[in-house]
Design a protein around this ligand. Structure first.
Ligand SMILES: [Fe+2]
Ligand SMILES: [Fe+2]
Length: 279
């Protein structure tokens, strides 16, 4: 692991520490995927999540500092803009040409901005913000999906992830946990998924389209035959238009293209979850 969470990184404000843990987790995943050539799709997905979550974290951290009356807010905001711009640049360079990004540079940069910023700038607001519970509570309630989202059932929703790629399973788990989803089952094969669903239902299954022994659509049809109140969302490297042309399968509720985008994944889950009939 590139960076391990430790007490020295702890600010003491619950949502801030939780956000920092998510960012460090994503940073470690960048480091793991960057050395594996076949993991370009996963790396693209991890970098997108890192960009999205960085901007989200900065937004709510700034709200907390503002509500606490922290005088260093303006300088801190400038640092945030610079850091989020750099992370976005890394992602855009990668999108333009995955081979042009130097893994060592990316890793060193991400490590230094993340850890140095927490240990330096973030610790500077600690004394002002730590005991301002109202400010922390208001900032902690800022939604990852923005003000337009009314979905607030993350802690009740039950998700199953079926994917044969361990890096992808880990990334999806990180994204789901980041918004407060705790009821997550993660399995490697469709067969294992079907076995588990019989005992422990899920509201939404996120399923890889192409797997060795059973395709995603076959899995979705079997879930439908079990007559469970479960919706299947297909994750796929194919373009969605191609998939929709190829598939008229009503057992699949929605599709998400890989590399995935964290915001799109969560928006889809919230939309699909709201359509799940109550048993
Ligand atoms: Fe910060
Ligand atoms: Fe921070």
């Amino acid at each position: 692991m590139l960076v391990e969470w430790s007490k020295e990184l702890e600010i003491g404000v619950a949502f801030v520490d939780a956000d920092h843990k998510v960012l460090i987790n994503l940073l470690n995943q960048v480091d793991e995927c960057i050395h594996q050539k076949e993991e370009t799709t996963v790396l693209g997905s991890v970098l997108d999540a890192l960009v999205e979550y960085t901007e989200y974290h900065f937004l709510r951290e700034e709200k907390m500092m503002e509500l606490s009356g922290y005088t260093g807010l303006s300088t801190h905001k400038t640092t945030h803009r610079m850091l989020s711009g750099k992370v976005r640049d890394v992602y855009e360079d990668f999108q333009a040409n995955p081979g042009s990004v130097d893994p060592i540079d990316v890793r060193d940069f991400l490590q230094s901005w993340l850890v140095d910023h927490i240990m330096g700038s973030d610790f500077a607001y600690k004394d002002i913000c730590l005991y301002n519970l109202e400010a922390a509570q208001a900032a902690g309630q800022v939604s990852f999906l923005g003000d337009g989202s009314t979905f607030n059932e993350w802690e009740h929703i039950r998700i199953m992830v079926v994917d044969d790629n361990p890096n992808f399973r880990r990334l999806i788990r990180t994204i789901l946990r980041a918004v407060g989803i705790t009821q997550i089952q993660v399995v490697e094969t469709p067969e294992e998924g079907l076995d588990r669903l019989a005992d422990r239902p899920a509201d939404v299954v996120l399923c890889d389209w192409v797997m060795d022994d059973m395709s995603g659509t076959e899995f979705a049809r079997k879930v439908q035959e079990m007559k469970l109140p479960t919706r299947v969302v297909m994750l796929t490297g194919y373009s969605i238009d191609v998939l929709k042309e190829r598939s008229t399968d009503l057992a699949v509720t929605d599709y998400i293209e890989k590399p995935i985008k964290a915001r799109e994944l969560l928006e889809t889950i919230s939309r699909v979850a709201m359509s799940v009939p109550t048993p």
